[in-house]
Structure formats: structure tokens, C-alpha cells
Design a protein around this ligand. Structure first.
Ligand code: PEP
Ligand code: MN
Length: 280
């Protein structure tokens, strides 16, 4: 695929660059935005504690998943829709923007009323009814690449959202399935410049699900920044070993804080217009 066929993608072939502005956060066009938070919200106390810690480290957007798509139905499935009250509380307790995964169109109104950014996870990248439903809102949507999707399939999924009127789509590379088993997925780092070449949409990287190992998250994060990504989505937990899900790939608070400092220094060297709150 050298060029996207214009019969398949009409909105993605625009030549302007999409910039998403939400309060003081700018996503795209030389700005670098860090989204951080636990894999899933577990309790009110932990959510507030984690949100305040990531805010203190310079993140501007809190990852607050209420619904967890899990491989096994017997593992923690998330807080559920009652957690919308937790989003209200987080808005009160912090200045962070809130980002959450939507699994079903049934939850669209409730989630869109409190969350600032919606996320369609990798397992739902091909859920066309969900894509069209989020496309009818005016909320920015993070669309994660399915672990087996080609870039063309990924972009056609984005086109589903754009085609019904929502142009605020942020593409997220989260690793693809390969023969390698040491890492949970293989971070397709060249997807970042390739997607930038092919589209006008911001591109972020999830270094947590793409590696599956907290020890590798800093390197994957720095590689993403160096490759031209517009931001990161990082899993952070105050006590990763006791996390209900994905503790093995979650950074603890001190490690996240250290990484944020290193990324901030790199962002200056790379001439980024802003790094979360720090440079702007
Ligand atoms: C997630 O971000 O919570 C998640 C489940 O990741 P993915 O959809 O990329 O598997
Ligand atoms: Mn996770």
C-alpha cells in the first residue's frame, strides 16, 4: 500500500493535519501528550491516589477504564457503569482530562457525558456499529489497532468514525502479534511514521500492551517519541504486584515519574512544541 485508495478512504485523504485541542491539552502537530493510569479502575481510593500521582508527574490525561475486555470471563471485568460516578469524582479532585474505553453502544450516553476522550480497544477495532456510534459523538476517540490488523485495515476502521462526522480520531499503535513470545506483542514502531505518511491523524503508542513487561516500557516509550509519535498511553499503578490486571506491565509511581523526566528532556531535544504540561 503506497497510497490509500481514494475509493476506500475519502476523509483520510485530506491533506491538512488534524490537531485535537481539549482545554490545555493539544494532541498532534508537534505536541507530545502523555495519558497514564491503571489498566482498570479498582477502587475509589486507588483511582484518586493514582490520578493525583500521575498529575503530579506531568500527565494531563488519566486513563480510567471502567470496562475491561478480558481473555477469560473469570477474571476482573472492571468497575462497570456504576463507575461513572467515579469519573465525576476524579473531575472534582484533579484537573486531568479523563479517557475511558467503550465496549458497547449501550454505554455511549453515560460514558460520553463524563469522559473527555473515548477509547475503542483493539478487540473492537472491527466493531463497525460501535465505530459508527462513537463517530456520531463530538468526543475525541482513541482507536487502537487490532493486534492482527494491517495498517490499511486499521485506517479503514478509522474511516468508519470519520465518515459519519467525527474527525477527532487518534490512532494508537499497541503492538501486533508475531512469532515472538518474549514480549506480549511486538511494537510495530514503524507504524508511527508510516501512519503519519498515510494520514493526517495524530498517532500515539501504548508501550504497556505492546511489551507486556514494565522493564521494557521506558525503552518503548522513548522509541515512540523518537519515531514521531504524538503521545503515549502508559499503564501506571501504585502497587503493580497487587493490580487486578496487567500488573506485570504497569509502572509504579517512582518509575513513571523518572520516565516522565527523561521523556521531557528528550522532547526538548527533539524540538517538541509541548510536553504534557511541562514545556508549554
Ligand atoms: C487497554 O488499553 O486496556 C487494552 C485492553 O488494550 P488493547 O485494547 O490494546 O488490548
Ligand atoms: Mn491493560
Amino acid at each position: 500500500m503506497n497510497r490509500l485508495s481514494e475509493t476506500k478512504v475519502k476523509k483520510l485523504s485530506n491533506d491538512h493535519n488534524t490537531i485535537i485541542e481539549l482545554e490545555s491539552v493539544v494532541i498532534g502537530e508537534g505536541h507530545f501528550t502523555v495519558i497514564a493510569g491503571p489498566c482498570a479502575l479498582e477502587s475509589e481510593e486507588l483511582a484518586v491516589k493514582t490520578a493525583k500521582a500521575v498529575e503530579h508527574s506531568g500527565a494531563k490525561v488519566f486513563r480510567c477504564s471502567l470496562f475491561k475486555p478480558r481473555t477469560s470471563p473469570y477474571t476482573y471485568q472492571g468497575y462497570g457503569i456504576d463507575g461513572v460516578s467515579l469519573l465525576k469524582l476524579l473531575h472534582k479532585e484533579t484537573n486531568l482530562l479523563l479517557e475511558t474505553e467503550i465496549l458497547s453502544t449501550d454505554h455511549l450516553d453515560a460514558l460520553a457525558s463524563e469522559a473527555d476522550i473515548l477509547r475503542v480497544g483493539s478487540r473492537n477495532m472491527d466493531n463497525y456499529e460501535l465505530l459508527k456510534a462513537v463517530g456520531k459523538t463530538n468526543k475525541p476517540v482513541i482507536l487502537k489497532r487490532n493486534m492482527s490488523a494491517t495498517l490499511e485495515e486499521f485506517l479503514l476502521a478509522a474511516e468508519y468514525i470519520l465518515s459519519v462526522g467525527n474527525n477527532k480520531v487518534i490512532l494508537c499503535e499497541r503492538g501486533i502479534r508475531t512469532f515472538e513470545t518474549y514480549t506480549r506483542n511486538t511494537l510495530d514502531i514503524l507504524a508511527v511514521p508510516a501512519l503519519k505518511e498515510l494520514t493526517h491523524l495524530p498517532v500515539i503508542v501504548d508501550p504497556s500492551h505492546s511489551t507486556g513487561k514494565s522493564s521494557l516500557v521506558p525503552a518503548a516509550s522513548k522509541a515512540a517519541l523518537a519515531a514521531g509519535a504524538d503521545g503515549l498511553m502508559i499503564e501506571v499503578h501504585p502497587d503493580p504486584l497487587r493490580s487486578y490486571s496487567d500488573g506485570q506491565q504497569s509502572l509504579d509511581i517512582p518509575t513513571f515519574e523518572k520516565l516522565m523526566k527523561e521523556l521531557s528532556d528528550m522532547a526538548v531535544l527533539l524540538g517538541k512544541k509541548s510536553f504534557s504540561a511541562v514545556l508549554s
